[in-house]
Design a protein around this ligand. Sequence first.
Ligand SMILES: CC(C)(COP(=O)(O)OP(=O)(O)OC[C@H]1O[C@@H](n2cnc3c(N)ncnc32)[C@H](O)[C@@H]1OP(=O)(O)O)[C@@H](O)C(=O)NCCC(=O)NCCS
Length: 165
Amino acid sequence: MSIEARTPCDIRTYRSPDDATATFDVFQTAIRQTAASVYEPDQVEAWAGPARTDLSNWDTRRREAATLVAEVEGAVVGFADLTSDGLVDMVFVHPRVGGKGIARALLTAVIRAARARGLTELRTFASRSAQPAFERLGFVVVADRPDNMVRGVAVPNAEMRRNLA
Ligand SMILES: CC(C)(COP(=O)(O)OP(=O)(O)OC[C@H]1O[C@@H](n2cnc3c(N)ncnc32)[C@H](O)[C@@H]1OP(=O)(O)O)[C@@H](O)C(=O)NCCC(=O)NCCS
């Protein structure tokens, strides 16, 4: 990707509870639009789950996972998180800014944060949609998971790891 094709974005820490609605919208839209190109409708529906949810639970999970958000011109367009044991549990970018380097910026910040915490390795369970982006950021597949189940539906993904040494 050329530098010109990238969209400048700001990466900052998640603000509770103000960022709950925008991050949940990014999550839903990224699955229902972007990931829908590589998964079947029943897989998309199972993964996305209810279009409305208790945002207080969502907000708590974002805080607990040290979520980072990406902003473009003041609007939240993506987010990623990092649990204390080095799991990158979520990376989602709104399709309107897809392919413009937002995930790269988020994952670069996650890697920096992980190093600052003294972690030596990152893990993730990458969707078929996200696997190429994780590979570009240095993650490697350690196990394909064709039988990964979400709400009773198989939604294949891959366990990936990145050495931070
Ligand atoms: C996966 C996702 C987060 C990527 O976000 P993005 O902002 O579009 O990604 P970027 O533009 O930062 O791309 C990062 C790198 O990966 C590459 N890349 C991204 N998607 C790619 C694809 N489908 N095929 C090939 N390369 C891809 C880019 O070319 C870029 O490489 P470079 O920076 O070395 O030039 C986004 O598509 C998304 O939200 N998908 C749906 C939800 C999902 O699957 N989330 C992950 C859950 S595990």
